[in-house]
Design a protein around this ligand. Structure first.
Ligand code: ADP
Ligand code: ZN
Ligand code: ZN
Length: 681
């Protein structure tokens, strides 16, 4: 009986669907080639890397056409990750090959070309050293939160749990002790964090507690170091993996615990194909492994509250309360800073301590216009205004990265009167520097422009796109270290300043233009705004006294009012009510299909064709199809969007996938691009 491997070639070509059949010779069978094995196979006139996704004893391929692999790689992918990739492909309307690429060892394709073969570097984990402090005595609330986790672990039962604990309530200690319990059972753990560079503390604590058992997949690793971490996990020398969203695919075997820290963070959504949500992938992986999924946040998402069993930690172990928050009404104030904000900042400067000021907009001015003829400088590729970056001397599109030299005069009427509107972090840092920096109270700026540094390709606005590259991570770490070491100082920046870092001596937190995020036409606008304000408040007063000021022209807005009272439960209850009334997630599932083309009619025709097919396939009840509606032009492409609201995600994804595939593979809509986003963020 022949042994046939169904091999999925690793290629990004959507047309090449696979899998394809190959004969497994005796010699490879003896070496244990099976599902998950990585093979180099002949494919046409090329060699390709493939992953075995199934075994069979029959094939439709004629005996003499059936080829054998050229060789097998030393380490393959665990079987359960092949299954997970299949799930990702189906769930997010992608291809099996693209989903498999997520679970392959880092640099697999490159190693195939023979340039390097698993050079073993140990630089990173030698420095990590041995085990440090022991587990802490938990508070009563912490104990109550960890007991159900331990119980489920002991029973080998899957559970989805939410740890809803205020900032600084000791969530990390619970993750550590839960991971220790998994290890004691001979099982492994994965801990996801939104962005390692912004939260180095949690990594340090895992390494201190578990030493060499931890593999950290941070972005400063070289390709060789990255592979080395992967290999240590695959071979079982490392049993705990800490990393960003992609670590949800780490080859940890016998997984017992999957932690998602700061589960509200949009960074868990991957914006490339497949557009996966690491929190959903984590849930599926934990389910399949009978592992415990533990999601933690001070500002959890409404969907998590609804779907997970919740433990609340309302008090910090040291008994310190959250800082008082004052909402400052800016409707009558003409300057950028409210007098109270100025006063509070002056006090920080005079009396020591530090302040964090959040303004969620990069650059100097939001847009430029001509005072004579009114022209607004906008991107030639996108229908958006260009943002002035004064120090760099350029204006930039925050959506596509287009840049041009900052204009000295109007290109239409030649007037030299160019007006600058609005302010971003660059301008704010400049203004605060001239106001406060007397040499002893320096102003630090943290945003994507600063940390991208000289190499800096500007990142798209609000992008949770690519995971940050090495130089960016380096820049963030250095900047945060400088702020931490300073005697006094003001940290100014975008939402990056509200992430999980922990400075004991921050006495003042300020949010400027707090309602800016509310103005996004997005059903998550409220949730985002609440999280931003509440998370910033959580950074303040850890070492004692503290206060938070929130400037807004919408002081009554629910998200801002609840955040100012630290009332997470109240916000969630009201937000869930609103979502239910409007039948937004989690009371429905959304799938967004964006059709891009050179002209509006071409994009619209494709959208209508997809819509037509979907209407045929949709079950009458419980599904609504909205659109096509125009989106602003991006990168020279006119865009039309369809949104499907449905009760069942799996079904919705299947219907969308089939309709898009049919329209995309026909000739009528050549030149149209289709992008499917299940669970858009
Ligand atoms: P979170 O992850 O919820 O923001 P952390 O785990 O960072 O909170 O804990 C905040 C602080 O409280 C840390 O300094 C931590 O060492 C301390 N801590 C946590 N649990 C305890 C405990 N049971 N007893 C004393 N201190 C604790
Ligand atoms: Zn003009
Ligand atoms: Zn653009």
């Amino acid at each position: 009986m022949a042994s046939i491997a169904l091999v999925q070639p690793m290629t990004t070509a959507r047309a090449l669907r696979g899998p394809f059949d190959y004969r497994i010779p005796e010699e490879l069978r003896e070496r244990g080639v099976g599902v998950g094995s990585m093979l180099v196979v002949p494919f046409g006139r090329r060699e390709m890397l493939g992953v075995v996704v199934g075994l069979s004893d029959r094939t439709d391929v004629a005996e003499d056409k059936l080829l054998a692999p050229l060789r097998a790689l030393e380490l393959g992918v665990p079987v359960e990750l092949v299954a997970l990739a299949e799930w990702v492909a189906r769930e997010y309307c992608s291809t099996f090959a693209r989903a498999l690429a997520l679970v392959l060892p880092p640099g697999a394709a490159r190693r195939l070309s023979g340039r390097r073969r698993g050079a073993r570097t140990s630089a990173e984990h030698v420095a990590l050293g041995g085990t440090g402090p022991d587990a802490m005595e938990l508070t009563a609330e912490q104990r109550a939160a960890i007991v159900p986790v331990l119980t489920a672990l002991e029973a080998g039962r899957h559970e989805r749990r939410l740890l809803h604990g205020v900032t600084g309530s000791g969530k990390t200690e619970i993750y550590l002790q839960a991971a220790a319990a998994a290890l004691a059972q001979g099982r492994g753990a994965i801990v996801l964090v939104p962005e390692i560079a912004l939260t180095p503390q949690i990594v340090t604590r895992f390494v201190e507690r578990f030493g060499d058992t931890v593999a950290v997949l941070h972005s400063r690793l070289t390709a060789a170091q990255r592979y080395e971490q992967w290999r240590r996990l695959r071979e079982g020398t490392a049993r705990v993996c800490v990393g960003p969203r992609s670590a949800v695919f780490a080859p940890v075997s016998r997984l017992g615990l999957l932690v998602v820290d700061e589960e509200h963070d949009p960074a868990y959504k991957h914006e490339g194909d497949p557009r996966y949500d690491a929190r959903e992938v984590a849930a599926e992986r934990a389910r399949a492994a009978d592992a415990v999924l533990l999601l933690g946040s001070a500002t959890p998402r409404p969907e998590t509250v609804l779907r997970a069993r919740t433990s609340v930690i309302a008090r910090r172990p040291d008994g310190r309360s959250l800082p008082p928050v004052r909402v400052l009404d800016m409707r009558e104030v003409s300057s950028g800073l409210h007098p109270e904000t100025e006063h509070a900042l002056a006090q920080v400067r005079a009396g020591g301590g530090k302040a964090i000021v959040l303004l969620n907009r990069r650059g100097w001015s939001n847009f430029l216009s001509c005072r004579s003829c009114g022209q607004v400088w906008s991107c030639p590729q996108c229908d958006v205004a260009l943002v002035l970056h004064r120090a760099g001397g350029y204006v930039a599109c925050h959506h596509c990265g287009h840049r041009e030299v900052a204009p000295a005069s109007c290109s239409v009427c030649a007037s030299t009167a160019v007006a600058r509107h609005g302010a971003g972090t660059e301008r704010l840092a400049h203004d605060l520097t001239s106001l406060f920096d007397d040499g002893e109270c320096p102003v630090f700026r943290l945003d994507a422009d600063v940390v991208a540094g000289a190499s800096g390709a500007p990142r798209a606005a609000g992008a949770a796109g690519a995971e940050p590259d090495a130089s960016r991570a380096e820049g963030v770490a250095r900047l945060l270290a400088r702020f931490a070491a300073a005697e006094r100082g003001v940290l100014v920046g975008t939402q990056m300043v509200a992430k999980g870092h922990d400075f004991p001596d921050v006495r003042l937190g300020v949010v400027l233009d707090a309602d800016a995020t509310l103005r996004f036409p997005d059903f998550r606008a409220e949730e985002r705004t609440f999280a931003l304000v509440a998370q910033l408040a959580g950074r303040v007063g850890r070492g004692g006294e503290g206060a938070v000021l929130v400037q807004t022209i919408a002081p009554q807005a629910r998200a801002i009012a609840h955040a100012s009272r630290h009332d997470s439960a109240g916000f969630l209850a009201a937000e869930l009510e609103r979502r239910r009334a409007l039948s937004y997630p989690p009371f429905s599932q959304l799938v967004r299909i964006v059709h891009g083309a050179d002209t509006v009619p071409a994009a619209r025709a494709a959208a209508l064709a997809v819509r037509e097919r979907m209407l045929d396939a949709l079950p009458g009840a419980g599904a609504t199809l909205l659109g096509p509606a125009p989106l602003f032009r991006l990168r020279g492409r006119e865009r039309q969007v369809l949104v499907l609201k449905a009760a069942d995600r799996r079904l919705a994804a299947a219907v969308v996938g089939a309709a898009v595939h049919e329209v995309a593979s026909g000739r009528a809509h050549a030149g149209v691009s289709f992008s499917v986003d299940v669970d858009p963020q």
